[in-house]
Design a protein around this ligand. Structure first.
Ligand code: PLP
Length: 360
């Protein structure tokens, strides 16, 4: 039994989860064990949805394992990485006792899942440095130990901060917290970064897990396909906690089509283009008098501070451009996060903010 299994809630030891009609490994050519309809719905051309899906579609698990450089046994497919975050918190944290550590300003789902589970939220603010918003690694380690964190979320590249966490820092946290906490590296934007995936560390450090998603670089946000890569024993536990049929057949079919060699090649080209656009938007924003700071970004968005963020937000809105208002986030009272769009869309952002300068 691997060490990380000791991090699972004690009361879930031996929990078998729901035993679905698809759990038992039976074979036959007439399936009358799940009360499914005998005929397909006329709206279901091809009839692919008449029967319940495989809980973890084998072809998709294989494709995702290959995509992310993991073993199939280390992969859990869920309804977006959001579901994986929730499964981790529910499976590892005892309400009222265990903690979930994250580094604000950061993606909101860690806090939401912790709150819903009644787990303590342990917040270690990012440091605003010349290199951008970065985690305070020593403070993360100290707070995790003091607050009995079972989970430490490192968002890399971070949303909305934009910076990758160097693998050396991930190793420092994982080493210091071995036996105490699982270090979850959320790589939702990993495709846009230079830093290698923390999956490469998992052979050496069993308490590292990685979140990936098809929602961002792969352009399949509505398919809701997220992947957790973790210790195989832990994945087996989480599969028992997960809902019975979490991956709808049309979604896994779409994901498989989106991971064909041809689709992946096109996605890779688009990532290159977004990275070029990132430099272009950052350079343009840095020239504007209305902008007070442009943060470095390893992701598909740019975070910037404005002398008058409200005026900038409203000017963009009036031009039909909706960006993310970050002003309610800690440390970001004057900041907007702009997702990189097509070159034409980015041109519109730049032109709108240029015009704002003229009237300011
Ligand atoms: C967008 C995002 C996700 C959510 O991904 P889904 O797979 O669509 O649930 C996870 N983490 C971060 C940091 C994100 O920005």
């Amino acid at each position: 039994m691997s060490d990380v299994l000791n991090l699972v809630r004690a009361d879930l030891a031996g929990f078998g989860g729901y035993s679905s009609a698809r759990t038992a490994k039976l074979s036959g050519d007439v399936w009358l064990n799940a009360n499914e309809a005998a005929w397909a719905n006329p709206g279901d051309e091809g009839g692919s949805c008449r029967r319940y899906p495989e809980p973890q579609p084998a072809a998709l698990v294989t494709a995702l394992a290959e995509l992310y450089g993991a073993q199939a046994s280390q992969v859990l497919v869920g309804r977006g990485s959001d579901e994986a975050i929730d499964l981790l918190v529910r499976s590892l944290c005892e309400p009222g006792r265990d903690g979930v550590l994250f580094t604000p300003p950061v993606f909101g789902m860690y806090a939401v899942s912790a709150r819903l589970q009644g787990a303590k939220a342990i917040e270690v603010p990012l440091l605003d440095t010349d290199d951008g918003l970065v985690p305070d690694i020593e403070a993360v380690i100290a707070a995790a130990i003091a607050g009995k964190a079972k989970l430490v979320f490192l968002c890399s590249p971070s949303n909305p901060g934009g910076k990758s966490v160097p693998l050396a820092d991930v190793v420092r946290v994982a080493t210091a917290l071995a036996g105490r906490a699982l270090v979850v590296v959320d790589e939702a934007y990993g495709e846009f970064a230079d830093e290698p995936s923390a999956v490469s560390l998992m052979g050496q450090y069993a308490n590292i897990a990685v979140l990936r998603t098809l929602s961002k670089a792969h352009g399949l946000a509505a398919a809701r396909i997220g992947t957790l890569i973790a210790d195989a024993g832990l994945i087996a536990v989480l599969r028992r906690v997960q809902a019975p049929y979490p991956v709808p057949t049309p979604c896994s079919a779409l994901a498989l089509a989106g991971l064909s060699a041809q689709a992946r090649a096109l996605t890779a080209q688009r990532v290159v283009q977004i990275r070029d656009e990132r430099v272009r938007l950052q350079d343009a924003l840095a020239q504007l008098a209305v902008v007070s700071r442009v943060y470095p970004s390893d992701a598909n968005f740019v975070l910037a501070r404005f002398h008058d963020a409200e005026a900038a937000f409203q000017a963009l809105l009036a031009a039909g451009i909706v960006v993310r208002d970050q002003r309610a986030a800690p440390q970001l009272g004057d900041a907007l996060r702009i997702t990189l769009g097509t070159p034409e869309q980015n041109d519109r952002v730049i032109a709108t903010l240029c015009a704002l300068k003229a009237t300011a």
